[in-house]
Design a protein. Structure first.
Length: 435
């Protein structure tokens, strides 16, 4: 069988055995059951006070603020999370309005809270960025942030690495960005009424998301124990190149400065002097927008095989140590991870079930997840924890094939033939090739 199979299986099993997760930037709450650090709490309050004084002196009523959450320098990210600070709010003066992921879940909500809280989420560094928009934009932002529109543009289904060009998931920075689009769009509040319209406006105005590289091994570990990291809304080229477009705090702050000629950026380190940045250069119309990732070139001799099941990608990580017994909790974790890896790839638009069975995404995902459950029940502990790389890869491959073949067989009982969009009969699951 051709080689676009989940080579990250060995990494997945290693992650299960070692119980190791490789985190990336997110705006979720700290899930650790530890007492707050008194020194950090004092620093957060001091930084909040200093930032408030700067905004107060500026005369601004609404500003966008960014913080340094966890250390994401390896992804080229400095400010990991942004929100809006309002001088006057129904909750009280100097209120931050932002979206946050609920600890340990794949959902988010919008919070109106005090400024000090913004810097109490165990930051890596006590530094803040403030972008002060023009007066006209501030007025429109204030109206949106204190009205129902802020929830119209919110999606509860959360992913730290949500695709900025999809409405399936949303991260905290994307919510702030789409609020900005609604306030900046033609006609003000009446011009943009939903997330799709906001994203269309962002594309038309040259928004450039951040790009993060997440290798296959890291991807498997993240998907295993982190419900707030989901890859299913990214296109095939992102899976192939392992490079994902994401709305980072850096990208959102930069975009606000570019679209608002009167916006000012102020950076502030704890107990330091504020620094006012120069205006960024206007974006070039000839520059390439960061809205797509070039697909990997197919191997010489023909198009790549579209394997309807596990995701593809290399992974140079050794297999786990041999084991013969797996407890129920670990089996459940492995099952959940396999479902998370296989389902989005099996149900992608170019896959067999979408092309040959014309399954809608929601129906496809439900069917494949149930099929994986059935197939997984036949896998022994020894097979799961095999010590060889080849066996781990084979196991993941066969589980993906088993699930998609099971769905295909169920649909075959209805008498409907598997046909491609052009009308010709499809090849079998294992021999299906993209067209």
């Amino acid at each position: 069988m051709a080689g676009r199979i989940v080579r990250g299986a060995k990494c997945l099993l290693l992650a299960v055995a070692a119980l190791v997760v490789m985190p990336i930037a997110h705006a979720g709450r700290n899930c650790d059951a530890v007492a707050p650090d008194a020194a950090k709490t004092q620093k957060a309050i001091r930084l909040a006070t200093q930032l408030r004084d700067i905004v107060d002196l500026s005369g601004a009523n609404v500003v966008m603020i960014g913080r340094v959450g966890s250390d994401q320098s390896k992804y080229g990210v400095r400010y990991t999370h942004v929100g809006y600070l309002l001088r006057s709010h129904a909750v009280g003066p100097w209120t931050v309005v932002h979206a946050l992921n609920a600890c340990g879940t794949g959902e988010s909500d919008i919070f109106d809270e005090g400024l000090a809280n913004f810097f109490m989420d165990d930051p890596f560094d006590f530094e803040a960025a403030v972008v002060i928009p023009s007066s006209a934009l501030q007025e429109r932002l204030a109206e949106i942030l204190q009205g129902p529109a802020k929830r119209v543009l919110h999606e509860r289904s959360y992913s730290t690495i949500a695709n900025p060009w999809s409405t399936r998931f949303q991260n905290s920075n994307a919510w702030a960005l789409e609020i900005l689009a609604a306030a900046s769009g033609s006609g003000g509040l009446g011009g943009i009424g939903n997330r799709l319209q906001a994203q269309q406006w962002l594309k038309a105005n040259g928004y450039q998301p951040g790009r993060v590289h997440i290798g296959a091994g890291e991807r498997a570990g993240l998907r295993l124990f982190t419900p707030h990291v989901r890859f299913g809304d990214h296109p095939d080229p992102a899976w192939q190149t392992q490079t994902y477009e994401v709305s980072t705090g850096d990208a959102v702050l930069e975009f606000l400065r570019r679209i608002d000629p009167d916006a000012r950026l102020v950076t502030l380190r704890l107990d330091g002097r504020p620094v006012i940045a120069q205006k960024p250069a206007a974006p070039s119309l000839a520059s390439e927008p960061a809205r797509s990732v070039e697909p990997a070139k197919p191997p010489v001799g023909g198009p790549p095989t579209a394997v309807p099941g596990p995701i593809a990608g290399p992974a140079a990580v050794p297999a786990p140590a041999p084991a013969t017994r797996v407890n129920n909790e670990t089996r459940g974790q492995i099952l959940q991870s396999m479902q998370g890896l296989i389902v989005p790839y099996a149900c992608r638009p170019q896959g067999y079930l979408s092309q040959c069975r014309q399954l809608e995404r929601t129906d496809c995902e439900k069917r494949v997840a149930n099929a994986i459950l059935r197939c997984f029940a036949t896998v022994s502990d020894q097979q799961l924890m095999s010590g060889t790389e080849q066996a781990a890869m084979r196991q993941m491959q066969e589980l993906g094939y088993c699930a998609v073949e099971g769905v295909d067989a169920d649909l075959g009982t209805t008498g409907k033939r598997a046909t491609a969009p052009q009308g010709q009969s499809c090849q079998t699951v294992r021999n299906y090739q993209s067209r």
